[in-house]
Design a protein around this ligand. Structure first.
Ligand code: PEP
Ligand code: MN
Length: 336
């Protein structure tokens, strides 16, 4: 059960609501975000909803039986819109493409990518500065200095930044330089990290775990929301299956299912989803048809020389072609 509280509710009204909910043998959790105040009722007993609905201080009350509640579409039919400022929005009918290298590599790499993005009308650049690598001997990223260098160039160009945060201690040091915090597939169930991101007033994009189910992704988002941050995006990036022909198995099903189950915007990552440069384009296009609110993919001036994930990275010519095709699909999607 989700009880939406009226803005400006008094302390007496609030405690009366909580007492009544407890009297039905429900446990409660209070959630305060930048957008609203909620009391979550956790329990299963039967009662007449009117016994709560008539109390003062309540804006609305919803019965949500899913384990995840605040991210569920069962109480919030309206899609969530993530507003990054300067007219850059994702979700609720706003589509964005985010692109950039797997890893931020240096000034030249930053500048040539920004120029490519600008030439193709993109507003958000991706890139990792703290890189979770399967081998400790692989390139581990440029760290905070790389992020600061990137931010300076991106800010001047009016480009927003989405980048991965790997641990709690990085949240604060990255804060001034990011527009969207990315939680990587290896950290989807790092609950300490999710809890702390709940306290931040910047959007968080949560990737699906490598072997994670759709419901587990939603539960991870529930952690952040219930911690106080409702500006969330869900990202399908492929899962590990028995199939070896591609790096991961991109779960196209996840897109309509996530959109049905949740009001949060859904992002598709075809680069990690298939892991094969030649096939990123069809998977990206399929994601748009399936209803994704955004696509994030890897691009580099010279993928063969990229510090990481070159095998799944588009060059700028391929990237420009994909962006154009996605634009056409969005126009078609808006019409049907
Ligand atoms: C990335 O986007 O750079 C990345 C490491 O992705 P994932 O967490 O999905 O593997
Ligand atoms: Mn990568």
């Amino acid at each position: 059960m989700i009880i939406q509280l009226n803005p400006g509710i008094s302390a007496t009204e609030r405690s009366e609501i909580i007492d009544v909910v407890h009297s039905f043998k429900y446990k409660t959790k209070e959630v305060n975000t930048q957008k609203g105040e909620y009391v979550i009722g956790i329990g299963k007993t039967d009662f007449d909803i009117r016994q709560i609905g008539t109390l003062d201080g309540i804006k609305d009350i919803h019965i949500v039986s899913d384990d995840f509640k605040l991210v569920s579409r069962k109480w919030k039919v309206q899609e969530t819109e993530i507003d990054l400022g300067d007219g850059v929005k994702i979700g609720n009918g706003h589509f964005q493409t985010m692109a950039g290298p797997c890893s931020i590599e240096g000034e030249e790499n930053i500048n040539e990518t920004i120029q490519h993005l600008k030439e193709n009308g993109l507003k958000i650049m991706r890139g990792g500065v703290f890189k979770p690598r399967s081998s400790p001997y692989s390139f581990r990223g440029m760290g905070l200095d790389g992020l600061k260098m990137w931010y300076k160039a991106a800010k001047e160009a009016g480009i927003k930044i989405v980048t991965e945060v790997m641990q709690v201690s990085q949240i604060e040091e990255m804060y001034d330089y990011v527009d969207i915090y990315q939680v990587g597939a290896r950290n989807t169930q790092n609950f300490n990290l999710l809890d702390e991101l709940g306290k931040v007033d910047k959007p968080v994009m949560i990737k699906r775990g490598i072997s994670g189910t759709i419901d587990e992704l939603l539960q991870s988002a529930e952690y952040v929301f219930s911690g106080g941050n409702e500006r969330l995006l869900l990202c399908e990036r492929g899962i590990r299956t028995f199939e070896k022909a591609s790096r991961n198995t991109f779960d196209i099903n996840a897109i309509p299912i996530l959109k049905e189950k949740s009001h949060l915007p859904v992002v598709a990552d075809p680069s990690h989803g298939i892991g094969l440069r030649d096939h990123v384009e069809p998977v990206a296009l399929a994601s748009v048809v399936a209803g994704a609110d955004a696509v994030i993919f890897e691009t580099h001036c010279t993928p063969e020389l990229a510090f990481s994930d070159g095998q799944q990275t588009l060059d700028f010519r391929e990237s420009a072609r994909l962006i154009k095709k996605m634009d056409e699909l969005i126009q078609w999607r808006n019409k049907i």
